[in-house]
Design a binder for this molecule. Structure first.
Ligand SMILES: [Zn+2]
Length: 281
């Protein structure tokens, strides 16, 4: 069933687990995510970034996810990831997304608060929950995200931001990157602990891909309730296509079988995250 993202995250906060938010871009990615969630009997968040709005029929996509979610026997939420424009947030709310992320992280704190607060009021009127970000997640390898400067989240600013905006969950920048790490990951769990003490709303980790399992587990124990996963899933599908294209039979294959196999190639990566986030090994 389609569920409000906030309810999923508050439940995860209670049980000290996290919900996987998979970035999706096609029918296959949506079906893989929901299939994994059902197999693992865990909720899942389907996330579409504003950056895909130029190429995706947003209303059609939302209707598709809602129809798949309605049949699913686990909770499914539909989330707008990294929106920079008010128009995108309004469009997502109208289309039935259950949560939106407003990314005002490029603005200084007071301006980010002013802009976020306005959008929180708008979204809450429609019963849609809001994620926002302070600090900025940097960009690693194979990423399809905007560049961030890697500024870590200041706990006192986080406290003020949450209090003044009324945001429902907060993306904290603690050293993860969008995409794959180019060197050793340097993730500040001590800082996460201080942010956790400063705010009571569920915390979100962007840049799940490539983050060591033990760090993810510790981060979830320290208050992370939602982990965004994008790059590793994309890499698995691309690796499948590259490998398959080298087989002679590929060139005579039907697109439907290629798409089905590509969907299958994403399942193990998604399942690993869903299990890890639920502390199931
Ligand atoms: Zn992100």
């Amino acid at each position: 069933m389609l569920c409000n993202t906030k309810q999923l995250l508050l439940a995860a906060q209670q049980e000290k687990t996290a919900v996987a938010a998979f970035n999706v871009y096609s029918l296959e990615t949506v079906q893989a995510a929901v299939r994994v969630a059902e197999q693992e009997e865990r909720p899942v968040i389907i996330a579409l970034g504003e950056r895909y709005f130029p190429t995706v029929d947003v209303e059609g996509f939302a209707a598709l996810v809602q129809a798949i979610a309605a049949k699913a026997n686990v909770p499914v939420a539909l989330h707008l990831d990294h929106a920079y424009e008010k128009a995108s947030i309004v469009r997502a709310i109208r289309s039935g997304f259950t949560s939106v992320m407003y990314d005002g992280s490029k603005y200084e704190l007071a301006e980010n608060i002013r802009r976020t607060k306005e959008l929180v009021e708008l979204a809450h009127m429609a019963g849609v929950s809001v994620e926002a970000e302070i600090g900025s997640v940097a960009r690693g390898d194979f990423s399809d995200e905007e560049e961030g400067d890697g500024t870590l989240t200041d706990p006192a600013s986080a406290q003020r931001f949450v209090a003044e905006t009324g945001v429902d969950f907060l993306a904290a920048s603690i050293g993860t990157v969008h995409g794959m790490y180019t060197g050793e990951p340097n993730i500040n769990l001590e800082l996460l602990g201080r942010i956790r003490e400063a705010v009571s709303v569920p915390l979100v980790l962007h840049g799940g891909s490539g983050t060591p399992d033990d760090v993810l587990t510790e981060a979830i124990r320290a208050g992370i309730c939602k982990v965004n996963v994008n790059t590793e899933v994309s890499m698995a599908a691309v690796a499948y296509l590259v490998e398959a294209a080298q087989q002679p039979a590929f060139h005579r294959a039907h697109l439907s079988t290629i798409m089905e196999s590509m969907q299958q190639s994403m399942v193990p990566v998604m399942a690993r995250f869903v299990r890890l986030l639920a502390h199931k090994r």
